[in-house]
Structures are given as C-alpha cells and as structure tokens.
Design a protein around this ligand. Structure first.
Ligand SMILES: C[S@@+](CC[C@H](N)C(=O)[O-])C[C@H]1O[C@@H](n2cnc3c(N)ncnc32)[C@H](O)[C@@H]1O
Length: 263
C-alpha cells in the first residue's frame, strides 16, 4: 500500500494532514486572524511589525537550522516572526516556549528590549534539547535562565504566563499534554498552538479548547510554511457564553490584563 509522506511526522508517528478546517463542535468558533489584528495595533501595523520581525530574525534563524537543528524540527521563520510581533504588540510580562529551540531566542529578544522586566521560560521534555537550547541562547548573548524541564514546569504550573507557544516534543506528547497547558492557562493568556495542519491534532485542539471555553484564531495566512505547518492562537473566553460571540470580543491584551490584575 502506498502511504503519502505527509501522513507521517518526522518521528514516524501517524498524524494525517488531510481533513476539513472549521469546527463543528458546539460553542467552538475558529475566527480569522483579521479579527485578532484590531487588538494588536491594527492589521496594517501588525503586518508591518511581522515583516520587520521576520527580517530581524532571519540571519539567526539560518544559523540555527544549519548549526543546531533543522528547518523541519525548528519553529518556522513565519511563526518565529509572529511570536516576536505578538510580544511587541501586547507587551507581556511573562512568556513561555514549550518546546525549546529557536523560539527560546525569539522570546529573549523580546525580553531584552521590553521596557519592563519579562520572565521567560523555555521548556522541553528532552534533556539533550534543553542543553542545545542553553548553548544556542548563550551563543547569541542571552542568559540561559529559565531553561527548564517539562516535568519541573508542570510542577510549578503553566498558569503564570501571559503568552505561551505550545510546540513541545512529539505530536503524541503534544496531544496528550495539551490539556495540562489549557487547564493551567490564566485568564487572558494567549496560547499559540503550532502544527494544527495535522487534522487529527487540530480536532484534539478544538475539543480541548471547546471544553475549556477557549476561542481560536486561525493563523494559517501568516504562519503557513513550506512544509504546510501552521498555527492557531487560543485565548480563554471570559464566560462560557462568549465562545459563541465574535472571537475578538474575548481577546485581552496580556499587558492590559497584567495591569488590570494588580489590585
Ligand atoms: C517542533 S520542536 C520545537 C521547536 C522549537 N520551538 C524551536 O523553536 O526550535 C519539538 C520538539 O522536538 C525536539 N527537537 C527540536 N529540534 C530537534 C531536532 N533537530 N531533531 C529532533 N528533535 C528535535 C525538542 O525536544 C522539541 O521539544
């Protein structure tokens, strides 16, 4: 029997990419990225910031995929640029990349330029990739502080972060641990979930997001790469009812949220 290459991940797991987009789950709405932009400085401003971020990151990205990892395993350059532009637009005080690597550099670029202190956590379930991440971020002049194992991160709780990139381990691990990440996410947190081009994984993301009353934004237009990978952004609705109202109404800026939550 002929099996199409795209049915398999680089680790040999069976995760088909085929499948309809658009949720049929009750209360679950997948909004277009355009609905997100008004909260990120407007469509034009955000797209300019995205392109600027992409140009700024390009040289270090090439370095990373040739010296440390590979383009297939690393976050895509478009998603890296999206994360930097997202941080610049929302000014979070705490950011986490679950699945360390080039993204760990991206979050530290933001932390280094932010006008306020930013807590960064770079997390992996692979000790060897934690070591490679430490070496890479140090080589690019960052502190390796905040590079932690997934086991330790789970103990201390994922809930304390304003922005989370979920790109951890194998797809099997990803599907299994998503519940931990969404259950722990604080109100207003923005959770970017990569690799939703795998239809079966996308379905799991929809189910977990629906159960936890998250709204999804489809970032395919901005983050789709040469392997067909793309991402969604999830954010928790204020109330159960809000999952069926326009998704933009449910989005809160991390910075706004952080300021508002100080009593
Ligand atoms: C998609 S990768 C994470 C990529 C990361 N966010 C980045 O920006 O480079 C998912 C997992 O694969 C592992 N990994 C990273 N690079 C790898 C490589 N070149 N080969 C095999 N596994 C890798 C790590 O354990 C990581 O948690």
């Amino acid at each position: 029997m002929r099996v199409k290459a795209e049915k398999w991940t680089s680790r040999g797991e069976k995760w088909p990419t085929e499948g309809e987009k658009g949720s049929s789950l009750p209360g679950m709405r997948v909004a277009a990225a355009e609905e997100l932009f008004p909260r990120l400085g407007g469509s034009r401003g955000f797209r300019e910031s995205f392109e600027k971020s992409r140009r700024e990151l390009a040289a270090d990205y090439i370095d990373y995929i040739f010296t440390t990892s590979s383009a297939l395993h690393a976050v895509s350059l478009p998603l890296a640029a999206f994360m930097l532009a997202l941080c610049r637009a929302t000014e979070p005080s705490s950011v986490a990349d679950l699945g360390s690597g080039f993204s760990s550099h991206v979050l530290r670029v933001y932390a280094g330029e932010a006008a306020h202190p930013v807590r960064v956590a770079s997390v992996d379930d692979s000790p060897s990739w934690l070591e490679k991440t430490e070496e890479f971020v140090e080589r690019l002049g960052h502190s390796p502080d905040g590079v932690v194992s997934w086991a330790d991160f789970k103990q201390t709780g994922a809930g304390a972060f304003d922005i989370v990139l979920y790109d951890l381990g194998t797809m099997d691990t990803r599907a299994r641990e998503l519940e931990t990440v969404l259950a722990g996410a604080k109100q207003g947190a923005l959770v970017v979930v990569d690799d939703v081009h795998y239809a079966a994984y996308r379905r799991i993301v929809e189910e977990r997001a629906s159960e936890r009353h998250f709204v999804a934004y489809d970032l395919e237009e901005l983050t789709r790469d040469e392997y067909g990978r793309f991402s969604w952004l999830l954010t928790r609705s204020d109330t159960e009812e809000e999952t069926s109202v326009p998704a933009s109404a449910a989005l809160r800026s991390p910075r706004t949220k952080a300021v508002n939550s100080v009593s």
